[in-house]
Design a protein around this ligand. Structure first.
Ligand code: ZN
Length: 174
């Protein structure tokens, strides 16, 4: 079972790697059955659907499931009063973990202008580069504000990556 196969659930998915030969072989029933037999917990299941199938409902489920844990991380910093900020950090971390392909060049790594084709500066070979400037603009906060809580942010990202790795190993893709 390859994680990319999950993308087949949504026909409009923007995946360039999938060859058309896969298309007839895997049905959404196959995928649902595999998922139901693989002992995924709610977070793992939501993350897979969100990341590989672009399922919006799963995104909010994952958000809700993680929100309290993320509040705990920030509680130690005593910033919980600024409630909105916890949401912004969690949202951005979810985006960073799930949107790997560059949105500017659509994951090709190149940008075409009228008379030339240039290397896209926003990514490395099609993989979007998240730096502190990008992260803080997704969040809508000043960069120095983000940097103040960078450690906390990194532990959210780590948390999400751990969930993904666990999920992928359960479906046999890691
Ligand atoms: Zn790019």
């Amino acid at each position: 079972m390859k994680a990319e196969l999950l993308t087949l659930l949504i026909p409009s998915t923007q995946s360039f790697e999938l060859s058309s030969t896969h298309h007839n072989k895997t049905t959404s029933e196959d995928i649902n059955m595999l998922l139901s037999y693989s002992n995924l917990d709610k977070k793992e299941y939501s993350l897979l659907l969100m990341k590989y199938v672009d399922d919006r409902t799963s995104e909010s489920t994952l958000f809700d499931e993680l929100f309290e844990e993320v509040c705990d991380i920030f509680l130690k910093k005593e910033v919980l009063k600024e409630c909105g900020i916890v949401r912004k950090f969690l949202n951005t971390a979810i985006i960073e973990c799930c949107v790997e392909k560059c949105v500017v060049c659509r994951g090709t790594g190149f940008l075409q202008t009228n008379n030339s084709i240039d290397k896209c500066i926003h990514c490395s070979e099609g993989n979007f580069i998240y730096d502190d400037y990008v992260r803080s603009s997704i969040m809508g906060v000043k960069k120095n504000y983000f940097v103040k809580y960078k450690k906390e942010y990194e532990s959210i990202v780590e948390k999400i990556n751990t969930i993904e790795n666990s999920a992928l190993s359960k479906i046999g893709d890691a």
